[in-house]
Design a protein. Sequence first.
Length: 228
Amino acid sequence: MLNIKTVIERILLEKPDPNWEKASSKGLDMSKQARHARAKAMGYDIETVWKHGTGVSFDAFKGAVWLSHDPELATMYAGLRSNIKHDDPNGMESATLMPVYVRYNRVLNIDKVGNSPTIKSFVEELVSQSGTLTMEMAKPHIKIMIRGRREEESGPYYNKHDFWNDTTSHFGEAGARSLQTLFKMANFDAIIMTELDYDTIGILDPSNVRSVFAAFDPSNDGKNIISG
């Protein structure tokens, strides 16, 4: 495991991104106070710093972005990803913690979903926590997902993660689209769950995650640019 002191040093030593130059050339004030003011105006919670553990460098997230308050938990995932991407036996040579701010409106509490959920029981929990989605509204999408799972020969019981990780392989392309539609109909844009006694959050739209060092350029609002 990467020494936690080293992880914190990496966070503190992170340098401004080249996107700063683009924002600065537009005349934007790049002081911390000004960037935070823009971040708040764009809806980001600057009071809470989440950590994303990664083993690779990238400019944009893909799919749901998973984050933790706990540096050690994020470090563990950073090591796993570094191991996978770089064949690093210790999993730490390329491991990095990325401190980020996020924005979201409604969170689905996955801890309330029972063990080994079926498509129907998972959607029932979506409905229960939503307040806007009904089972009647969800029925056509449930049928599409069930048809897809039969074609993919998956289920009928699933791991909770299957409902946001690699959904096409479980429910087919049409089923994955229906699942995405159900999340939108239920107005959920984030998922929260307890992992090793710590809250972890998954932001479904990666454009709602920004590095704490981002420029927070309003012209990039809605774009999937970590430092934008």
